[in-house]
Design a protein around this ligand. Structure first.
Ligand code: ADP
Length: 270
């Protein structure tokens, strides 16, 4: 035994741990700084727009009633945008702080998809997009997950398919069973996504140039929320897309193994 060597090693180990701690803190700090600068940027755009419309109204917009109505409508749209932003921010910060835990229950994913379709029926009609459920499993598939959070995942993905879809197009939801998982896919035939943007899609506040330039409303947080929820379930999410053709977002869920009707008869694997 060499006590000096031991102490030396202990000090080295301590220094190594401290260094990782400091690196982690630095990373967190940078993350916080980026996050704040993103938030302020996202708030500024609609706020400046609202300010612009108010000023225009004050200057001479009132003389022309039609124009005044236009300005108010646009200002109101930007107020909506701010509200969405606040709602999504609240959601993501609660999710990330672990304030809202994952509440597992066993339910039929088919039923949830039907419910979500019903709740989005009018919106789909507004966008002139047909909603299709490629229902292959008539009895339904049981999953073990947080029903309300998975509802949110489906709503966010389908809502995006409306925003970035094409008039007269369609959005379909399909289910596939894997060994002990279920794969849920939401497919649209809309704008599609450039390949270079795919890796960044799930980042907070990331929006493609197309969605910005087309001024499609959104906070840039929808997919970050989706990813967070899916990963909190220890499941996976992915996307594939072809520009001008459409996109498919897929996420997995834990499948509940159903009891076999005759437990002693071996099941042939397909
Ligand atoms: P938001 O829709 O509020 O901008 P999201 O996080 O939901 O934010 O999506 C991030 C970006 O990913 C969108 O701005 C858009 O550019 C792109 N995107 C998301 N879903 C689709 C889709 N179905 N088709 C094409 N682009 C999409």
């Amino acid at each position: 035994a060499n006590p000096i060597k031991d102490v030396e090693n202990e000090v080295k180990e301590w220094a190594r741990i401290k260094k990782t701690e400091i690196d982690d803190l630095r990373k967190q700090e940078k993350f916080r700084r980026d996050f704040l600068s993103n938030i302020s940027h996202e708030f500024k755009t609609p706020l400046f727009a609202i300010q612009g419309y108010i000023e225009a109204l004050q200057d001479d917009g009132f003389d022309d009633r039609e124009m005044a109505e236009q300005f108010l409508k646009k200002a109101s749209k930007n107020v909506d945008r701010l509200s969405y932003l606040i709602k999504d921010l609240d959601e993501i910060s609660k999710l990330e702080s672990g304030e809202i835990p994952i509440n597992y229950s066993k339910f039929k994913i088919n039923d949830l998809i039907k419910e979500v379709f019903e709740s989005l029926e009018f919106k789909a009609r507004d966008h002139n997009i047909k909603l299709i459920f490629k229902q292959k499993y008539d009895d339904g598939i049981y999953v073990n997950a947080d029903r309300e959070k998975i509802r949110q995942v489906l709503v966010n993905l389908i809502d995006n398919s409306f925003k970035y879809g094409k008039e007269g197009g369609s959005t379909s939801v399909s289910l596939f069973t894997l060994h002990d998982q279920v794969l849920v896919e939401v497919t649209d035939d809309g704008l599609g996504i450039e390949e270079k943007n795919l890796p960044r899609l799930f980042e907070r506040f990331f929006r493609t140039d197309t969605s910005r330039s087309r001024q499609i409303g959104g906070s840039g947080l929808g997919l970050a929320i989706v990813k967070h929820i899916v990963e909190a379930h220890q499941q996976n999410i992915n996307v594939r897309s072809t520009e001008g053709v459409g996109s498919t977002f897929g996420f997995t869920l834990q499948k509940v193994k159903q009891a076999l009707p005759f437990p002693n008869i071996p099941v042939l694997k397909s």
